[in-house]
Structures are given as C-alpha cells and as structure tokens.
Design a protein around this ligand. Structure first.
Ligand SMILES: Nc1ncnc2c1ncn2[C@@H]1O[C@H](COP(=O)(O)OP(=O)(O)OP(=O)(O)O)[C@@H](O)[C@H]1O
Ligand SMILES: [Mg+2]
Length: 112
C-alpha cells in the first residue's frame, strides 16, 4: 500500500475528489492547512489579493491505496489540480505497512 499526501488549491477540492472517486478511490482524509512552497507565500494570490503573510491556505489530501493504483492516483491529482500558476501544490508518496478496518477487523488491501 502507498500513502499519497497531496496539497492542492482549495477551490480544486471538489474536482479532484470527483476525479479520484471516478478511478476507484474509496476513501481519503481532507484537512484545511496553511503552508508555503518555494515563494514562501509572498507572491501568491489567494482570492484576488496577494497574501500578506507567509502562509497560504491549502487543502491536504491523504489517500491510502493499493500499490498498483498509486501512479494513477498521482497522475489524476496532478492533472486535475493543475492551473499552471504558482502554488498548484505538491504530491508525496510513502509506503504504508499495515491497515485495519475497525468495523470488521479486515486488514491491508481488504481494509481499504
Ligand atoms: N518541500 C515541501 N514539504 C512539505 N510541504 C510542502 C513542500 N513544498 C510545498 N509544500 C506544501 O505544498 C503547498 C503548495 O506548495 P507550492 O505549490 O507553492 O510549491 P512550490 O514549490 O512553491 O511550487 P510553485 O513554484 O508551483 O508554487 C505549500 O503551501 C505547502 O503546504
Ligand atoms: Mg509556490
């Protein structure tokens, strides 16, 4: 299993969620975060105004999928979240050792 951590622009959340469910993603965590990338937040426009501080609002997605699906998930996020402007986000992929569905006790791929 792989954990895909992605930051995206907040207005892209619904479009990304739809694209991911369309390729078979069945669960994800969504968190409102603030962060910065290589511009340190300085030159990034958010809702029409340049953000005065160094942190820009983003959405963080955390998605655990079978290893065979990971590349497709990354490509789908990258394609759907891209505007071509700065601050489109980052995607990180990590290994996951173990997963459990609490209701049934199913593990690993069966738990996803
Ligand atoms: N190296 C990093 N480690 C962890 N989180 C990061 C890193 N870089 C960016 N992020 C997160 O991703 C968000 C979006 O980053 P962003 O897209 O601005 O990256 P960037 O490198 O500046 O690319 P761009 O030049 O396209 O803006 C940041 O607000 C932050 O939350
Ligand atoms: Mg940036």
């Amino acid at each position: 299993m792989k954990l895909i951590i992605a930051t995206i622009k907040p207005f892209k959340l619904e479009e990304v969620r739809e694209a991911l469910t369309a390729i078979g993603v069945r669960g994800m965590m969504v968190t409102e975060i603030k962060g910065f990338g290589s511009q340190s937040g300085h030159t990034e426009i958010y809702r029409g105004a340049e953000y005065a501080v160094n942190f820009v609002p983003k959405i963080k997605l955390e998605i655990v999928v079978a290893e065979t699906m990971a590349d497709q998930v990354v490509e789908t996020i990258a394609k759907t979240a891209q505007t071509g402007k700065i601050g489109d986000g980052k995607i990180f992929v990590l290994g996951v050792e173990h997963a459990v569905r609490v209701r049934t006790g199913e593990t690993n791929a069966d738990a996803l």
